[in-house]
Design a binder for this molecule. Sequence first.
Ligand SMILES: *[C@@H]1O[C@H](CO)[C@@H](O)[C@H](O)[C@H]1NC(C)=O
Ligand SMILES: *[C@@H]1O[C@H](CO)[C@@H](O)[C@H](O)[C@H]1NC(C)=O
Ligand SMILES: *[C@@H]1O[C@H](CO)[C@@H](O)[C@H](O)[C@H]1NC(C)=O
Length: 425
Amino acid sequence: MRGFLHCALASLLLSVVWTRPHHEDHADHTPDHHHHLHHEKSEPHAAHDHIGPTCHKLAPHNADFAFHLYKHLSAHAAADNKNIFFSPLGIATALSLLASGTKGDTHQQLFEAMGYGQLSTSEVNEAYEHLEHMLGHSQDLLQLDTGSAVVLQEGFKPLQKFLDDAKHYYQAQGFTVDFKQSEEAVKTINKFIAEKTHDKIPELMSSVDSDTLMVLLNFIFFRGKWEKPFDVKNTRKADFKVDNTTTVSVDMMRRTGRYEYYYDHENHTTVLMLPYKGNASMMILLPCEGKMKHVEDILSKEFIQHWHDNLFRSSVDLDMPKFSASGSYALKDILTEMGVVAAFSDTADLSGISEEVGLKVSQVSHKAVLSVDEKGTEAAAATAIEIIPMSLPHSMSINRPFLLLILEESTKSILFMGKIVNPTA
Ligand SMILES: *[C@@H]1O[C@H](CO)[C@@H](O)[C@H](O)[C@H]1NC(C)=O
Ligand SMILES: *[C@@H]1O[C@H](CO)[C@@H](O)[C@H](O)[C@H]1NC(C)=O
Ligand SMILES: *[C@@H]1O[C@H](CO)[C@@H](O)[C@H](O)[C@H]1NC(C)=O
């Protein structure tokens, strides 16, 4: 067939944990929080029913997609034992926006890969509209900015309906560049993302094909503050055992406090929730020594639910490394493995985007960044003292590879997921 025009899909994520200190870090909401957790625990499915089910419709599918995607990323990263960090929600959002402009097999494969087989396009679109709306509730406690953009070749006019849907359901913005001047185009795109991510991702793209017609971008910027910050005074150097032959020195933060905790001896995992202020938490999964592979293999929505349901409030002596992690992924091969084949092929049906030209997707790229430290400690001074019962605390030292999930509770979304093999990498 004659010259297929390319379309690239880039998706980008970012998460930064409290980059600015705050003054209102009081723990006076703690009783409520206890209540909330208790409530959640006894009625895990009923806790948020008052919100309405629209965005929750996607939650179980997006969770399955997250673990499915994780396993593929992990298999690819296994050879070099690399850290993994990505936003399942960001990738699913970008793919859903793309799907809204596809038909036939192209559409079906995208929906099947995401587990939306039983849903209609309009159900999915409406669910994302609701999700964006929920996440967009900018709060003082938790900053979460998500968004998408459609970048078009100057002079190329996609169907108005696609642009309208992108705007309406995915809050996607549109602008044009001249991809033929690819350096300039890259500059414009990077500037747009840098602005949207408060300069945390200054360079999303390094290059772009000059025959590109359209790029879809997705970003999520997250800035959370620990509900219970670490005290800088307690941070010291400690060993982190990357594997049997490699040990690295990390800045180990330390805090003794009450946490939601569960030790699953049978399945070789210690589980801990580190709540952020607001509705997000980091869930840490620390496999027993030598059991990372085992835990990665069993990882699923059902296991996460099992562990979540079994959490109990407990005193914990926690050692947690300060680290930052980032992941850059070209997802074309992985998505192809997951059954998304047609979108990248010459038989791609992107006729919901344009009927005039044959489009196919040339790449799906994704970038995520996370940094974890104790900042906010200034505020820690104002934190109410926790009553720690006279029982021996559990000791949890995160001194070996671990998994993490950043969960947003009101939408039941997995914002980020990762494996930290080496905190200094
Ligand atoms: C690491 O050491 C443990 C116990 O010493 C052993 O069981 C395991 O097989 C070793 N792993 C590798 C990759 O050598
Ligand atoms: C280990 O996993 C199995 C299967 O999900 C579950 O039934 C069991 O309760 C888990 N063990 C513990 C101690 O939680
Ligand atoms: C958490 O989410 C609920 C909706 O589920 C919302 O009403 C509430 O304001 C959120 N809490 C915070 C602290 O943002």
